[in-house]
Design a protein around this ligand. Structure first.
Ligand code: F6P
Length: 478
């Protein structure tokens, strides 16, 4: 039986299946997965995740009890859950991504959404079923007294369901997203808001990436549940139990990132980019095409910058990588189209025969992203709201001279803000000004700031993040 378990929607690998039924395995994407993948194997963790695609489902069906490692895949101990596709779709797309994500990132167009009607009730029922599938699998796999780390907004109900099955376990929940303030969180139907909070409070330890998100969670518990909150001691007492609230920032493993960024595929992308960019300055952004990442305002800021600074025409290129994300949701498809429209307008307005001011790339390519980091003079990270944002941390590790323009609403601003050019993400003039200041920053200041950014970004690598949470579960909760 297993003594340390992790549960998350997305797992460390995913599969594609070809027409003739051949499965190909690749590394899963996203901040949580990149953070945990490197370390889960070292700690002998059993990872429980959901099958996300047809390829994943085929792999699960060929593995004993969904244990991919036992079917011979080099994944570390991994159990993938084959949750019925319709249930999964409602839980993942309708509830997790279209509701809880929107609430915690403050993304609603309030006059029109959300609307919680009978359709949502069905979706919520599926979210419960999906959370229960995780709770039952964890209950089956966990050894006596094992430590279980449940990840993110997809799985807010799992801690309570798991505790009901297995009171002997030590359970942590970790939110990789921001948390909404009570007045926004209470857009949720009252019973749903309570179920989410109580689901997490059934854990012994509720973890967040920054003080700000932890404080918002405690505010919600106090206002919506009437829980007793000790902010200084970071505890929430409710329903006869006390949950400790922890803040664990997540950083990058600098050495591993460097090792990957020096591989030949990255070097050849660097050579191609150098040819394309020449001796011009490079402003880079790398994001999933995610509503919270604020890509359109980032492009509008670049446009303002070009309008205000004609002296830079022909001397700078903005390389914007906006990789596909959540295309099952219409809002995301529309957002991708707006990004493309805005990029086209900039090109139409400013491109000349020998200068393309903007290169937008919408196809995911990890080695090319690493190459872009290495060549960046300026890195633009301007989310509306973000749990942490690992791009802001990876860039300064890989670029010897990049200046960081960073949204004050990114969790990373708590650690990096002092060394970055911090902006209001809604103010595109402010952001344009910061792009300019970043480009003209004197070399010694640029290097000094970059060195401090690198130190802050690598201070809490995933190894430390994981072990801090495991230590938190060793605390005597009795
Ligand atoms: O920000 C929290 C997080 O879990 C990230 O790790 C990940 O990038 C994202 O949310 C989930 O994305 P996806 O829906 O693509 O799994």
């Amino acid at each position: 039986m297993n003594s340390v378990l992790v549960a998350s929607n997305r797992g460390p690998v995913s599969f594609t299946v070809s027409d003739d039924g051949v499965l190909t395995m690749k590394r899963g994407g996203g901040g949580l997965v990149s953070g945990l993948s490197g370390v889960a194997k070292d700690y002998g963790v059993l990872w429980v995740c959901a099958a996300l695609s047809d390829g994943d489902r085929s792999a699960v069906r060929q593995s004993p009890s969904g244990r991919l490692d036992q079917a011979g895949y080099d994944t570390g101990a991994l159990r993938m859950l084959d949750i019925p596709p319709a249930t999964f779709h409602r839980a993942y797309n309708a509830v997790a991504n279209s509701t809880l994500w929107f609430v915690n990132h403050l993304l609603y167009d309030i006059p029109n959404a959300p609307i919680f009607g009978s359709r949502f009730q069905r979706e919520w029922e599926s979210y419960r079923d999906y959370n229960r599938a995780f709770a039952l699998a964890l209950a089956e796999e966990a050894g006596h007294g094992a430590r279980v780390m449940v990840q993110d907004y997809h799985l807010t109900l799992t801690p309570a369901m798991l505790r009901a099955e297995r009171p002997d376990l030590r359970i942590a929940h970790f939110s990789h997203t921001p948390w909404a303030p009570p007045e926004y969180f209470s857009l949720l139907p009252d019973a749903v808001a309570r179920e989410v909070l109580e689901g997490i409070l059934a854990a012994d330890h509720a973890g967040f990436l920054t003080e700000r998100w932890a404080a918002a969670f405690m505010d919600c518990c106090e206002r919506l549940l009437g829980a007793q909150v000790d902010r200084a001691g970071r505890t929430v007492a409710h329903g006869g139990r006390t949950t400790r609230v922890g803040v664990h920032a997540l950083g990058v493993d600098g050495e591993a990132l460097w090792a990957r960024a020096c591989e030949p595929d990255v070097e050849s992308h660097m050579a191609a980019l150098r040819d394309e960019v020449g001796d011009r300055k490079l402003i880079v952004r790398i994001d999933r095409t995610e509503l919270s990442k604020n890509i359109v305002r980032g492009l509008l800021a670049y446009r303002e910058f070009l309008a205000a600074h004609p002296e830079w025409h022909g001397r700078v290129i903005h390389l914007a990588f906006a990789y596909p994300s959540r295309h099952d949701l219409p809002e995301y498809r529309e957002y991708t189209a707006s990004v493309q429209r805005c990029a086209q307008e900039i090109e139409d307005e400013y491109a000349t025969e020998d200068w393309n001011p903007l290169i937008l790339n919408v196809n995911d390519d990890y080695p090319r992203s690493l190459a872009a980091y290495r060549l960046a003079d300026v890195l633009l990270v301007n989310p509306i709201r973000d749990g942490m944002n690992l791009v802001a941390k990876e860039g300064p590790v890989l670029s010897p001279r990049c200046a960081l323009v960073l949204s004050r609403e990114a969790g990373a601003a708590a650690e990096l803000g002092a060394h970055a050019l911090v902006v209001n993400p809604y103010d595109v003039i402010d952001t344009a000004g910061a792009l300019h200041r970043a480009l003209v920053m004197p070399e010694d200041e640029r290097r000094r700031r970059r060195d401090s950014l690198e130190a802050a970004a690598t201070a809490l690598p995933p190894q430390k993040w994981l072990s801090a949470q495991l230590d938190a579960l060793n605390y005597d909760f009795s």
